[in-house]
Design a protein around this ligand. Structure first.
Ligand code: F6P
Length: 544
């Protein structure tokens, strides 16, 4: 029996028949205490679910579904190191990366907490060397620029965290600039290489597999640039200018990273769950080791809440289950992430990978094809900017969209009134938008007299997440909350959130097509691909 044939699913389906046509304005009119009844706080974060199309019965039935799917046992399985990633036959232990040193976790006879903290301390020692100016470039210059080369999980987490925690820049870091290069087309790298001084630039090659072509292509170009500038050997350049962070020591060594310049993490750390490992070195370089530890502590706080709070008060569980309600019972398949704080500019991209690469699946853990929807299309933008771009569709388009509004309560405490006033402006807009999306033009006395092109139908559900203020701790907790949300949804949908086989075939096909650009052959492709290659070759002056 699949979950959509289960009693708890059926109960939700019939409940949805009652609620599907009920407008949020009616739900608010029926219950004056919706905010108190439907908001939950944990680990620096308050989640207001009252603008979701739910009632107390909805929540009860969603919790019944979670219990039917044995969610509490599955949460324990995650934390306990069971093989929750069966297609790769391994655990997913990102939670272990933020456990305190005093909490041992034995995996196949080894205390992995010890290994984790040993790796963390090695990373911290390297960070200190760079901060203290002891790490020198090929001509003895101290490092002024660090470039993280990586893609997907080896890029998005560190990039997002560095921007989010910009205010927490460590004074120890001597104004070292941190840059990020991910795109295989070389555009970010080309721009940087024009402006950086080779002798004072250090590259961190971040790659779990150390075989991602995007990352290796950028790393090769960077190394050639250094060799050309210094006229030194590859070995010397690798010693002074490259750090490798990987779970594949052999491949990193083969590429030329000396062992003393390598930091390791583990196969059981999923790429998109890896910013808590040495992959986060760019964050530690930018914000300092102390703030990196605070970020881990904030995530651990959310982990403890997720592991121990009852399901009915469990923030990630409720976030996930209400998502399930929207997707599987209200038929909503688009999800917008809308931070009202510019420092969270990369959160939408990060969540696109976290949610869609994890739960963009259509077979069960047992390999059976699914008959129900899983991860929705998720996208987002800084809220105030999105207001001037795609909110038109949210307010008056034909699609139902669920939204997450995210904002800190306090900001700019140490700045003047002007910036604080700007923060209030952003908050007022955040709350105005979620109110209007929920209630439509009923918020106006005479809203229903407007011509149809000026009407706002409302009834778009949203969650508002207010964090106390954006600090390393609250940021860590926020990201851990989303990780757990993704896991809970995967448990309900009976899918594996920790593999990503859907990205493999594209890599293989690209490798085989690459050959055809330089050696046009009669190799079989479809007429579109063949025609496009021919056109590109003509433009490039290649004879076919
Ligand atoms: O292609 C997808 C993916 O494997 C992601 O899951 C991962 O985060 C990214 O590529 C980068 O992989 P790696 O860290 O091994 O270079």
């Amino acid at each position: 029996m699949t979950v959509d044939q289960s009693p708890a699913w059926a109960a939700l389906n019939s409940h949805a028949d009652e609620l599907r046509h009920k407008h949020l304005k009616t739900l608010f009119a029926e219950d004056a205490n919706r905010f108190d009844n439907f908001s939950v706080s944990a680990a620096h974060c308050l989640a207001d679910f009252s603008k979701q199309r739910i009632t107390a019965t909805t929540l009860q039935r969603l919790i019944d579904l979670a219990e039917q799917q044995q969610l509490p046992q599955k949460i324990e399985a995650l934390f306990g190191g069971e093989h929750v990633n069966p297609s790769e036959n391994r655990p997913a232990l990102h939670t272990a990366l933020r456990q305190p040193k005093t909490a041992p976790l034995v995996l196949e006879g080894e205390d992995i907490t010890k290994q984790i903290h040993a790796s963390l301390e090695r990373m911290e020692a390297l960070v200190e060397q760079i901060h203290n100016g002891q790490w020198r470039g090929y001509d003895g210059s101290p490092i002024k620029h660090v470039v993280n080369i990586g893609v997907g999980g080896s890029d998005l987490g560190p990039l997002m965290a560095c921007r989010a925690l910009n205010l927490f820049t460590s004074p120890a870091n001597r104004n070292i600039d941190i840059h990020f290069v991910s795109s295989m087309d070389g555009s970010q790298l080309a721009q940087l290489l024009n402006s950086l001084d080779p002798a004072s630039t250090l590259f961190i090659v971040s790659s779990k597999s150390f075989s991602t072509i995007d990352t290796l292509a950028n790393a090769n170009t960077a190394r050639e640039w250094l060799i050309d500038a210094s006229e030194l050997s590859l070995e010397l350049i690798s010693q002074h200018h490259f750090i490798g962070i990987t779970a594949n020591q052999a491949k990193a060594s083969e590429w030329g990273i000396p062992e003393k310049n390598q930091l390791h993490f583990w196969e059981w750390t999923g790429g998109r769950y890896s910013m808590w490992s040495a992959i986060g070195m760019a964050i530690a370089l930018h914000t300092g080791n102390d703030n990196f530890r605070k970020m881990l502590a904030g995530a651990h706080e959310m982990d403890s809440h997720f592991r121990h709070a009852p399901l009915t008060e469990n923030l990630p569980v409720l976030l996930a289950m209400i998502g399930i309600w929207n997707i599987n019972f209200l038929d909503i398949h688009a999800h917008a992430v809308l931070p009202y704080d510019g420092r969270l500019q990369h959160l939408p991209a990060y969540l696109e990978q976290l949610e869609m690469e994890s739960n963009g699946k259509s077979v069960t853990l047992k390999g059976d094809k699914l008959n129900y929807a899983t991860c929705p299309i998720l996208w987002g933008e800084i809220g105030p900017n999105a207001q001037h771009a795609f909110y038109q569709l949210l307010h008056q388009g034909t699609e139902s969209v669920m939204c997450d509004f995210i904002a800190p309560a306090r900001r700019y405490q140490e700045y003047g009134d002007d910036l604080q006033a700007q923060h209030q402006l952003a908050l007022a807009n955040c709350l105005a938008q979620s109110r209007l999306l929920a209630l439509g033009d009923s918020v106006l006395e005479d809203g229903d007299t407007a011509p149809s092109h000026k009407r706002y139908r409302g009834n778009q559900p949203s969650t508002t997440l207010i964090i106390d203020e954006l600090t390393p701790e609250s940021f860590g907790a926020l990201i851990a909350m989303y990780e757990h949300k993704v896991y809970v949804q995967s448990v309900i949908w009976e899918i594996n959130p920790f593999d990503q086989w859907g990205v493999e075939l594209g890599k293989q096909v690209a490798t085989s097509l690459l050959d055809q650009f330089s050696h046009p052959t009669a190799a079989k492709t479809d007429s579109s691909t063949a025609g496009l290659i021919r056109f590109v070759q003509q433009q490039q002056g290649v004879q076919s």
